[in-house]
Design a protein around this ligand. Structure first.
Ligand SMILES: [Zn+2]
Length: 79
């Protein structure tokens, strides 16, 4: 079996919820701050809302996709 090498960060990855715009984005759990890709706000990851933590960036992006679908289907969770 030939395994393709994908560009995956094999490190714990956090899903962070921006406290300014409620956008969801990924951050490495060793990072201290991360700029929100939606509103440009610099988020302190120590204080940020951690929606989930998963084993790697691939899982994180899959989970993020599902969370976004869930949010889209549930209007009450929108701000
Ligand atoms: Zn934001």
């Amino acid at each position: 079996m030939c395994t393709k090498v994908a560009v995956i960060i094999l490190a714990p990855t956090l899903i962070i919820k921006c406290f300014t715009c409620a956008g969801l984005f990924l951050a490495g759990n060793t990072q201290k701050t991360k700029r929100c890709p939606y509103c440009g706000k610099c988020i302190n990851l120590q204080k940020a809302v951690r929606v989930a933590q998963v084993a790697n960036s691939l899982e994180a992006s899959e989970l993020l996709k599902q969370l976004k679908i869930k949010n889209a289907n549930n209007p009450r969770s929108k701000l």
